[in-house]
Design a protein around this ligand. Structure first.
Ligand SMILES: Cc1cc2nc3c(=O)[nH]c(=O)nc-3n(C[C@H](O)[C@H](O)[C@H](O)COP(=O)(O)OP(=O)(O)OC[C@H]3O[C@@H](n4cnc5c(N)ncnc54)[C@H](O)[C@@H]3O)c2cc1C
Length: 381
């Protein structure tokens, strides 16, 4: 059903080779130390992947291709979900600036993104998770600046030594609710910006996540992104793309877990035979393989729709829902196939199982995706 261009295949294969040769050998240590994949991101920058969606005039690869972004994230996620997440969030931040930024914003921030400066997206607050519209961070006009105050939590690509700029959603007119929200680009080194609590996570330990604390941060007016009052809409538009990215990450994690299970089932001997000959386990493999294929097609369908400029909110939510549930389903069965060894850190499936769990939560939980999908379906879209 899906045919890729030669260029897409060539870049996918390059990323696949890089992932196997350079990202995989670092994955266990990254998980163990909870560091940040600086070396891999540096190499991905040199390969032109970090700035894949950045136009050539700003030093990027000029390939703003939703399908290709998904393929790159998928390849990395097969071996290391953390590295895939870092790239995916980088794509999300650049995508929003690309679509809504002024010429000056694009020139500055997309050039930096292409040079490997890592960006992020800051919507969530302690009191505003699924209900992102209840965010309380404020932005008050003062001369030629907006003064931002508030705390964003669980912000990816933010850590003691990670992250450069963030798309931040803040209230410019609290009386208007979500219509009073505006997007800003905030540099990490602006006075008043600090990194709060750095989270210690169950999985995805190689992707930095922290609080972004904003205390009287004077953000120049030229860093206002899009129109005043358009911030919530911009966030939702960005999340359409972001959810396709998480779906691609999920497909990659599931494919990686399946590969580990196949290897193990063919080599582990019990009752005098490889365990793969047991029909009870073969049915697991049939289910895992089928669900992965369906998740992959749904993800590519959503990416293709977004690339064509078609409405993709429903498809992106469906892809994110189905692929993330599939990743957890597959990791669980793949661990089961490993028996007790799957519970041990000597086997990659232990890390994959932990990494997969976040996929059903961030960029909207599975329950929130169902809210989005049902709203679209019930209104006939
Ligand atoms: C590792 C990690 C990275 C993240 N990265 C980012 C980032 O880069 N930027 C950012 O802005 N945010 C980020 N987030 C935040 C993430 O998107 C939120 O955690 C997520 O949207 C859920 O919000 P919450 O944690 O507050 O859960 P809550 O909203 O409190 O939800 C708790 C539970 O209630 C359910 N629930 C809530 N409302 C309803 C409802 N109406 N109907 C049915 N069920 C409901 C939820 O589905 C969930 O199961 C990240 C989170 C994590 C853990």
């Amino acid at each position: 059903m899906f045919t890729f261009t030669e260029e897409q295949l060539m870049i996918r294969d390059t990323v696949r080779e890089f992932a196997e040769k350079e990202v995989l050998p670092r994955a266990a240590a990254l998980d163990e130390t909870g560091g940040f994949p600086h070396e891999s991101m540096q190499s991905l920058t040199e390969m032109g992947i970090t700035g894949l969606n950045v136009p050539e005039e700003y030093g990027g690869a000029g390939l703003d291709d939703e399908v290709l972004k998904a393929l790159c994230v998928e390849e990395l996620a097969k071996v290391c979900a953390s590295t895939a997440c870092v790239l995916d969030v980088q794509f999300l931040a650049s995508d929003i600036i690309l679509r809504k930024g002024t010429e000056a914003q694009k020139k500055k921030y997309l050039s930096l993104a292409a040079q490997g400066k890592i960006g992020g997206f800051a919507l969530t607050e302690p009191g505003a998770g699924s209900d992102a519209g209840s965010a309380r961070t404020t932005a008050v006009k003062d001369g030629d600046c907006y003064v931002l105050n508030g705390t964003k939590c669980f912000i990816s690509n933010l850590g003691p030594d990670a992250g450069y700029h963030y798309v931040v959603i803040a209230l410019t007119d609290p009386s208007k609710g979500t219509k009073g929200m505006t997007a800003f680009i905030v540099d990490r080194d602006m006075p008043g910006v600090s990194v709060g609590k750095c989270e210690r996570k169950m999985g995805l330990r190689g992707s930095a996540v922290a609080e972004l604390v904003l205390e009287n941060v004077r953000v120049p007016e030229e860093n206002l992104l899009g129109q005043l009052g358009e911030g919530f809409k911009i966030a939702m538009m960005g999340l359409d793309g972001g959810r396709i990215g998480i779906a691609a990450q999920s497909v990659g994690v599931a494919e990686g877990a399946l590969a580990e299970a196949v290897k193990y089932a063919n080599s582990r001997v019990q009752f005098g035979k490889p365990i793969a000959v047991n029909q009870g386990l073969q049915w697991y493999f049939a289910e895992m393989g089928t669900r992965i294929e369906a998740a992959r097609l749904l993800t590519l369908r959503a990416a293709d729709a977004r690339q064509k400029g078609e409405p993709c909110t429903k498809l992106a939510a469906m892809a994110k829902l189905y692929a993330s549930e599939t990743a957890c389903f597959v990791c669980d069965l793949a661990l089961q196939v490993h028996g007790g060894y799957g519970y041990m850190k000597d086997f990659a499936i232990e890390r994959m199982y932990r990494d997969a769990r976040i996929l059903r939560i961030y960029e909207g939980t599975s329950e929130v995706q169902k809210m989005v999908i049902s709203r679209e379906v019930l209104s006939g879209r």
